[in-house]
Design a protein around this ligand. Structure first.
Ligand code: ADP
Ligand code: MG
Length: 292
């Protein structure tokens, strides 16, 4: 809008310019945030606005809120979210990744399997250095789902190298369904796992998510609701009542009792730390437990 046509008169012109500059700055910042989100390659955009902390009491909400301020990224520390499937690890990682983008940090989101695949492909095509360089430039590297797929020896070494190069140079967020003492089953080597954990857990914030699967809880709730709805709607029928007067069991309305993770009863986190402090992992770390 030209000054002549603007509702501002000459006396107001400096104020008008200031306002224009401010609007321009806000718009540029919004576009920058959008660009960082696009470059992060989040599989979905999720924030803590839709996260129900009450549904995951084992998660330290105060710590999550502190992490959202992103000082840990500035300090090049790490964050590890541990827990069984469906407990909100990916949602939490996405929320923290989004917060980082909004605060001006570059982010790369990937799964452990995809990253190893990409590293191996880059190695075969002789562009591993370029990929490693790119990974080192992002302020926050999020590696989701470590633990579902075991790696080959080469894959393990390449992933180790990524974390090793980031050590104290860039922040990393890792999510895993496996406790630390089972990580060697993915990397296939106690020695490499010990060295990796040593680096990852030197300056670390641990998010323990050991509650029930949110997916399972919501599907149970939905089943209960539909069972209640059906019971209300259904008039008593003769065929549901046997000749002794007792009602037949309707299997579809039975509560869902399956525990698909088989991990909920695993040992507490303290055990994982003691496991990697054992002599089987030489040079095991003095872990930053205070933040856990
Ligand atoms: P995980 O990565 O631990 O397997 P996800 O983060 O993928 O679990 O969560 C599974 C689904 O449940 C996602 O749609 C996620 O948004 C939702 N979810 C999990 N925990 C919560 C929660 N506490 N509040 C709201 N939604 C949740
Ligand atoms: Mg997940």
């Amino acid at each position: 809008m030209s000054v002549r046509r603007s509702p501002w008169n000459r006396a107001d012109y400096p104020r008008y310019l200031l306002r224009r500059c401010e609007l321009e700055r806000v718009d540029r910042e919004r576009r920058n945030v959008e660009r960082r989100i696009r470059l992060a390659h989040f599989p979905q955009t999720k924030s803590f606005d839709t996260f129900d902390f009450a549904a995951q009491p084992s998660l330290n909400k105060a710590l999550v809120l502190e992490l959202m301020r992103c000082e840990w990224i500035e300090k090049r520390q790490n964050c590890i979210a541990l827990g069984p499937s469906g407990t909100g690890k990916t949602h939490t990682a996405l929320g923290l990744g989004l917060a980082a983008c909004q605060k001006g940090y570059s982010v790369a989101f990937t799964t452990a399997a995809a990253l190893v695949h990409e590293l191996m492909e880059a190695r075969d095509e002789r562009r591993l250095r370029a990929l490693q360089k790119h990974l080192n430039t992002v302020k926050l590297l999020i590696v989701d789902e470590l633990g579902y797929v075991p790696f080959t020896a080469v894959g393990s070494e390449l992933l180790f190298e990524v974390f090793s190069q980031r050590y104290e140079r860039g922040a990393a967020l890792v999510t895993s369904n496996l406790p630390f003492d089972e990580w060697s089953s993915i990397f296939g080597s106690e020695r490499l796992t010990g060295a990796l954990l040593d680096r990852l857990t030197h300056h670390v914030h641990i998010l323990e998510m050991n509650g029930e699967s949110y997916r399972l809880a919501t599907s149970k709730k939905a089943q209960r609701r539909s069972a209640q709805g059906n019971a209300k709607r259904r008039r008593p029928r003769h065929r549901n009542i046997n000749r002794h007067g007792s009602t037949k069991i309707n299997r579809a309305s039975q509560p869902f009792t399956l525990n698909p993770t088989g991990i909920l009863s695993r040992r507490p986190l303290a055990h994982f730390f003691s496991a990697i402090d054992t002599p089987s992992t030489p040079g095991a770390p003095a872990l930053a437990r205070a933040s856990a």
